[in-house]
Design a protein around this ligand. Structure first.
Ligand code: FAD
Ligand code: SF4
Length: 513
């Protein structure tokens, strides 16, 4: 008879005190197992701050569980032969010989498969529990999606608002509209964003400082910096970060959601994705805090609805699509793109100001906001015909909030249209004029956003027109992009040829842009 009844595995992105994995936990007979595995930071080349965040938050969480009087078997980096999570788990299963391995469903298809296979091999019963952090289960989402040939976020979002009674006036949406998206797209104009309240910083404590020192040695050649590391690593800090956002930035979140400005990485964004993805915060409490700020402090509905849509709409929808479409999502390559990721994605060393700004802040903080990810680094990778799997690996590596269930659908589905429009109605592409309107990046750039040919031609603009040219028939056939095809047809044949030639030069020399 085994001494350990349940071995409860808590993965690095499952730091949820209310986790279903702890239901019926008996400190006398059960053990928690937490594993730091270098393989998780090296199978994609992870940003140092991302690795530091996961490890620090895990160590704090383990301390909190020990504080409850629970036994935690904590396997630290470098503590044994293998650095692969599944090998380490196999050794622990043999050591503890539990009656059951208990865990909440992981955020990665590959890992779930590997754990299932391991338990079969080792003949250990696996108790895989629903992740109750999310507001809809994987099967609940699949049931909803069955009704649609192309699932759309907007219909999902309405269903979630009704089901959870969020921002509802009886049966009607608060304010008479489901969606204030059209009011969320203002740029800043020439004057810029003005004074933006800086987000609350969390100075690294002793545990975090130790982790950072270790990461700097073990992962010395990895991208990114830990010099400005100030992410929340405990539940208390995550709650403080939420309160700070709701008090100081939510009010203007909606107006400038899509705008960008040099030297302003955060603007009015929440900076909560990492804490939510580690499960230090639940989407329910995040949404409740925003809604009560609307009811009690009269914050604009446009901002509160915009934020709620991201959390109970996009975030839950994206997760549902990931589990519905894996593993084919990872292999998708609608356009057959095969070019290599330009080297400067790892350094920010490019003459394109927009890319330098977005990549530069990414390497410094492990953060860029949605439009920087979608319309700067993402759309450039699409226009430059980069192989989707290389782009996906980059996104998984460089953002502190990156976990595959959320990263992959955003990259393959939204940014690259690699799935051919499984849940988006068109590829998100625009010329340099869009970046010029939404930011100040074009000021002082080596390139000119309106120029389609010649030395100063903006690579975003040139590659945009070249992309339309290559996919003209597809764009013309889609009502959402037909206007782009019409605009292309207005260009004189000589100009189309000149664009194509310049585009080919650029595509052949992506590393030099
Ligand atoms: P805010 O802009 O303030 O938004 C509030 C919250 O809404 C976020 O914290 C997040 O939880 C949620 N949210 C907003 N948009 C999305 C979305 N499209 N999908 C899921 N949740 C969303 N988000 C990640 O958490 N991890 C990723 O690895 C990731 N990769 C992305 C890759 C690409 C190409 C794109 C276009 C988007 C990606 N996103 C990812 C979504 C989004 O960019 C980030 O959630 C957001 O920038 C995080 O910053 P914030 O907390 O300040 O968010
Ligand atoms: Fe980016 Fe083109 Fe503007 Fe330069 S000119 S910042 S490359 S959009």
């Amino acid at each position: 008879m085994s001494e350990v009844r349940h071995l409860v595995l808590v993965l690095g992105d499952q730091l949820d005190h209310a986790s279903a994995a702890f239901d019926c936990f008996d400190p006398g007979r059960d053990r928690v197992l937490m594993i730091e595995a270098a393989g998780e930071s090296t199978h994609v080349w992870s940003h140092k701050a991302r690795t530091a965040l996961f490890l620090s938050a895990m160590r704090h969480f383990a301390d909190a569980l020990r504080g409850r009087g629970w036994t935690v078997d904590y396997r630290a980096l470098g503590d044994g032969d293998s650095e692969e999570l599944v090998d380490i788990l196999a050794a622990r299963l043999r050591r503890h010989a539990p009656c059951k391995l208990v865990l909440v469903e992981p955020g990665e298809w590959r890992l779930e498969r590997a754990i299932r296979a391991l338990c079969e091999r080792e003949r250990v019963a696996l108790d895989l529990r629903d992740d109750l952090h999310f507001m809809i289960s994987r099967t609940g989402f699949a049931d909803w999606a069955k009704k649609y040939r192309q699932p759309r976020m907007e219909f999902f979002y309405r269903m979630m608002r009704e089901r959870h009674g969020v921002l509802m006036d009886g049966d009607e949406p608060a304010g008479g509209r489901w969606n204030f998206d059209a009011d969320n797209r203002s740029g800043f104009g020439r004057k810029g964003p003005g004074l933006v309240p800086p987000p609350l910083r969390f100075e690294p404590d002793a545990i975090t400082r130790e982790v950072i020192a270790e990461v700097e040695v073990r992962f010395a050649d990895h991208p990114g910096s830990t010099a400005d590391f100030d992410w929340p690593v405990t539940r208390e800090q995550a709650l403080a970060a939420l309160a700070d956002f709701v008090s100081h930035r939510l009010e203007l979140f909606g107006h400038h959601q899509d705008a960008m400005w040099t030297g302003q990485p955060w603007l009015w964004h929440a900076r909560l994705s990492a804490a939510m993805n580690l499960k230090l915060l639940s989407p329910r409490e995040v949404v409740a805090a925003a809604v009560s700020a609307w009811r009690e402090r009269g914050l604009p509905l446009q901002s509160v609805e915009g934020f709620v849509r991201q959390v109970i709409g996009w975030r839950e929808f994206i997760r549902g699509m990931y589990w519905l479409d894996m593993p084919r999502m990872r292999d998708a390559n609608h356009y057959g793109h095969a070019r290599a990721l330009p080297r400067w994605y790892w350094t920010g060393d490019t003459g394109m100001n927009c890319m330098r700004a977005a990549i530069g802040q990414t390497l410094r903080h492990g953060y860029a906001h949605h439009i920087q990810r979608l319309m700067v680094t993402g759309q450039f990778a699409l226009l430059a015909e980069i192989a989707p799997q290389q782009v996906e690996d980059w996104y998984l590596a460089v953002y502190v909030d990156a976990v595959e269930w959320v990263e992959l659908p955003n990259v393959a589905g939204m940014a690259l249209y690699a799935d051919g429009g499984r849940f988006t109605s068109k590829p998100y592409v625009a010329s340099g004029a869009y970046i010029q309107r939404m930011s100040n990046y074009c000021d002082g750039c080596r390139y000119t956003p309106s120029a389609r040919s010649g030395e100063a031609a903006c690579p975003v603009t040139v590659l945009y027109w070249h992309f339309l040219d290559r996919h003209e028939a597809e764009f013309a056939a889609n009502p959402r992009t037909a206007l782009m095809a019409k605009n292309l047809q207005k260009l004189a044949p000589a100009e189309r040829t000149a664009i194509s030639e310049r585009a080919k030069q650029m595509l052949d020399g992506l590393d030099d842009l």
